[in-house]
Design a protein around this ligand. Structure first.
Ligand code: S3P
Length: 444
């Protein structure tokens, strides 16, 4: 991973200036990881278009390469070719697998490796990832016969996975997490007998959609599609995949366009999978000016363009329950939006934010309070009192990409300029964020 210079890292953030124009957000991070991972264990060639060329998917690609998967360099348009090695064909790597900052890489790869019989793998990551809980994946995999261990009783990386014979199982997950679900589904492809995952609430379903497209025998059932069953036996076959733009990256522009006076934006090619569109429901509740246009289906995922313009009377919102997994990565930018609503917004049931790249409830509360926002932090959420002026100050992303981009939007609305430490974190999911922001601020 590149080490940014101090100058790159400390960024000056200027106040004011409406955002205007068109922006095409980069490829969906979740779909990019899955396209690489499923392509790697398919038979034959997978061609991916629009892969997100950011640090997290690159961590997945590097791990797969060191297990014998040929993956071309990313060409213009995010085009990548993956030559799959089949369900059980991953090689024992010569070194530790480095998952960088990426929880999706580590957790999905744990599932992928659990059934690679007789081969040994060690997984690690950066300081943040080494402190994120992994037992939530290791434990269900062990029910299937996996051999997984790690620091602190298997909860933290470095982790060791020794591929083993797996058996199908019925597994209820304690939290609605697509990473846990996907790890189990990946392991189930190499198990004896079928496996059913039951989630407490439905999490993003990109794995289900894409595994079906690759030819897996997978069924979604139960109330709200919370029961997913895989019956092994089918090989995966290489596919052509088109990755839509990431709604989690679009979220920064959706909120910026809504709160910055005079803004008018069109965000093109955004993935609109219903398991991801909680942010659109909240913006509707806020009575933001949002319009979906050009709705279409691209390679099994709904996609559209979104128009957004400034609204000076945004209503506050309440978040809790099943909507949380549908907008889990958008809570940092929604907490910025709440500062500009007329009234009190409440976020509850969001404990999962404490175990993301940072403790996002604590970090957002800390950074927004520096700006003078009135925020109460609770164990499972935040209460944000809208309508208080924000002031410019020294901000810090605390090494979290979504925090970096959320604070950048907040700072535009402050009454004096700010600085942002560790701004380079944005490259984890949105490498061109700073240049896109700069361009949208130059009204022509
Ligand atoms: C992801 C699932 C979510 C999300 C993460 C990406 C995925 O995490 O926060 O950014 O690609 O499966 P959880 O599965 O932990 O909810």
């Amino acid at each position: 991973m590149k080490v940014p210079s101090k100058d790159q890292s400390l960024r000056n953030l200027q106040i004011g200036g409406e955002l205007y124009g068109k922006v095409k957000v980069p490829g969906d991070k979740s779909i990019s990881h899955r396209a690489l991972l499923f392509g790697a264990i398919a038979k034959g060639k997978t061609i991916i278009e629009g892969l997100l060329p950011a640090e997290d998917p690159l961590s997945t690609a590097e791990c797969l390469r060191s297990m014998g998967v040929t993956i071309s360099p990313i060409k213009k348009g995010g085009i990548v070719e993956v030559n799959g090695v089949g369900l059980n064909g991953l090689k024992e790597p010569q070194d530790i697998l480095n998952c960088g900052n990426s929880g999706t890489t580590m957790r999905l790869i744990m599932g992928l490796l659990a059934g690679q019989e007789g081969r040994n793998f060690i997984l690690t990551g950066d300081k943040s990832l080494r402190n994120r809980p992994m037992k939530r994946v290791g434990q269900p995999l062990k029910i299937m016969g996996a051999k997984v261990s790690g620091r602190c009783g298997g909860d933290f990386a470095p982790l060791s996975v020794t591929g083993n014979k797996l058996r199908g199982a019925v597994i209820g997950t304690p939290v609605a997490s697509a990473q846990i679900k996907s790890a189990i589904l990946l392991a189930s492809l190499n198990a004896e007998g079928s496996t059913t995952v039951i989630e407490p609430a439905r999490s993003r379903d990109h794995s289900e959609r894409m595994l079906k497209a690759f030819g897996a025998n997978l069924e979604v059932g139960g109330e709200m599609g919370r029961h997913i069953t895989v019956s092994p036996g089918n090989d995966l076959k290489g596919q052509s995949i088109i990755v839509p733009g990431d709604i989690s990256s679009a979220a920064f522009w959706l909120v910026a366009g809504s709160i910055i006076p005079g803004s008018e934006l069109i965000i093109e090619n955004v993935g609109l999978n219903p398991t991801r569109t909680g942010i659109l429901d909240v913006l509707e509740e806020m009575e933001a000016n949002i319009k979906l246009i050009n709705k279409r289906d691209v390679a099994g995922e709904p996609v559209g363009d979104i128009e957004v313009s400034y609204q000076n009377q945004l209503k506050p919102f309440n978040l809790d329950g099943d909507i949380i997994p549908r907008l889990v990565d958008e809570i940092p930018i929604l907490s910025v939006a709440a500062c500009f609503c007329r009234g009190i917004s409440k976020i509850k049931g969001a404990n999962e934010l404490r175990v993301k790249e940072t403790d996002r409830l604590a970090v957002m509360a800390r950074q927004l309070k520096r700006m003078g926002a009135k925020v109460d932090e609770h164990q499972d959420g935040l209460t944000i009192y809208g309508g208080n002026d924000l002031k410019g100050c020294e901000l810090d992303s605390e090494d979290d990409h979504r925090v970096a981009m959320s604070l950048a939007i907040a700072s535009i609305m402050a009454n004096s300029n700010s600085t942002l430490r560790r701004s380079e974190a944005a490259a984890i999911s949105y490498p061109d964020f700073w240049s896109d922001l700069n361009r949208l601020q130059q009204k022509n």
